[in-house]
Design a protein around this ligand. Structure first.
Ligand code: ATP
Ligand code: MG
Length: 414
């Protein structure tokens, strides 16, 4: 089961052994291997201190040295190495006030979040060390906090978000006591930084089983800390089922569209959503894509799918890959709101037809350039943009006009 890990990390482990230290592979790589999934990253735990690890290898970065973690660059691979640790008191629901090193692997495993994440692989013997029953929980597909769940979530509120992230990534169920503790501790989510919340939320939404996580966020009333405006939405299992079929980057925009359409508010502008995403530290690029997609969905909901309307939509999106993005959202929306299915289907068909034929859509497709317009006497500056956009609109209406001499004539007639 672990032969290739033992072979790949043999030299790495021997370096520790030569100085009388021990090192184990822990966390996601062990868990995922037992489930038959690829490893995300490689986390190790050792009784060597970070400074000792830094002396053992030539290339080591002190990535989280205050928590006992360094990153060893081993055969060009980053390996996260953390010293066996017990956490001191937590007074802010985020970080232990003090990190104490321990000589005990067992203590280190017991301070981890969930049983399935506390399996350690002895890199010498190939033995799997399981002090929390993680192997059994993996087989049962259960997420269970180690120790008393309420205390563990009070120590670090991020564990609650990790819980739903793993449910979404692995499709596991959550053990009743662990879930019950979330409702007791959820207010502590307010103490987490928005960036840390965003990171977990994004991972959750991109994973294969986001419906599980979203329905738990709804039931456990976590949405006020995640997407406050969607806390009233109460998406049905049918809507959430559609989310899982959609490509990950379209899931949120779909949910937002369902919510707005339901309230007859699927109309521009989408400033409030942009603000909400900004509050959760989404990048400018992500926010802009969300707003653009929502704008196009709104247009397709209320406007007829004329060629010009569809070309304009493609122009606003900025590339021909729009159908790959939107088609599937419209299909999902049509399942939820069948009375609008025809309208969205018409948009989908028109979009695919227009993209498939090579008609001019963008300024770069025009058979005339800005410089040529200046040569024709158009004043440099914003007027150029205005004239080009008028020409483009004319060409959208009639692609046959896209000939240099015709556009020159048109320009003079403007
Ligand atoms: P991934 O596949 O996403 O890397 P992972 O389980 O390896 O999942 P990491 O964030 O890489 O997650 O953390 C490595 C290990 O450290 C976890 O498996 C867990 O044992 C422990 N851990 C990480 N974060 C916490 C936390 N907030 N509280 C307790 N233990 C944690
Ligand atoms: Mg990991």
């Amino acid at each position: 089961m672990f032969q290739d890990f033992l072979a790949a990390f043999q030299g790495f482990a021997q370096t520790f052994a030569r100085s009388g230290k021990r090192v184990y592979l822990v966390g996601g790589a062990v868990r995922n291997r037992l489930l038959g999934y690829p490893a995300g990253d490689f986390d190790f735990t050792t009784n060597a201190t970070p400074h000792e690890v830094m002396k053992l290898f030539p290339r080591v970065l002190p990535t989280g040295i205050q928590h006992g973690t360094v990153t060893v660059l081993y055969q060009n691979q980053p390996l996260e190495v953390t010293t066996f640790r017990v956490d001191g008191k937590y007074s802010n629901s985020r970080h232990p006030d003090q990190v104490l090193y321990t000589g005990s692997l067992e203590e280190d495993l017991l301070r981890r979040d969930f049983t399935i994440n506390a399996l350690a692989l002895d890199l010498d013997s190939g033995e799997l060390i399981d002090v929390t029953g993680g192997r059994f929980d993996l087989e049962q597909k259960v997420l269970r906090a180690i120790g008393e769940a309420e205390t563990r979530f009070q120590e670090d509120a991020l564990r609650m978000l990790r819980l739903f992230r793993f449910a979404s990534q692995l499709g596991f169920t959550i053990e009743a006591g662990t879930l019950a503790a979330v409702s007791l501790c959820r207010d502590d989510l307010g103490k987490l930084s928005r960036e840390r919340i965003r990171d977990e939320v994004v991972k959750t939404l991109l994973a294969p089983f986001p419906a599980r996580a979203w329905s738990a966020w709804q039931k456990e009333n976590l949405l006020p800390w995640i997407f406050p405006s969607l806390q009233q939405a109460e998406f049905s299992s049918m809507v959430l089922g559609q989310v899982e079929v959609l490509p990950p980057h379209l899931r949120l925009v779909f949910l937002r569209s369902v919510f707005l359409f339901d309230q007859d508010r699927l109309r521009v502008p989408f400033q409030d959503w942009d603000e909400e995403l900004r509050a959760l530290c989404f990048s400018n690029q992500d926010r802009a894509a969300q707003v653009k997609l929502l704008t196009l969905i709104a247009e397709a909901t209320h406007e007829p799918s004329t060629d010009v309307a569809v070309k304009k939509a493609l122009f606003h999106w900025g590339s021909r890959d729009l159908p790959a993005h939107l088609d599937q959202v419209w299909q999902a929306l049509a399942c939820v709101f069948p009375h609008k299915a025809e309208q969205w289907q018409a948009w989908g068909q028109a979009l695919n037809r227009i993209v498939a034929c090579d008609v001019p859509l963008f300024l770069k497709d025009l058979a005339i350039s800005g410089n040529e317009l200046i040569g024709l006497g158009v004043a440099p500056g914003p007027t150029i943009g205005k004239v080009l956009s008028q020409l483009l609109t004319a060409v959208w209406e009639n692609p046959a006009l896209n000939e240099n001499h015709t556009l020159r004539q048109l320009c003079q007639a403007l």
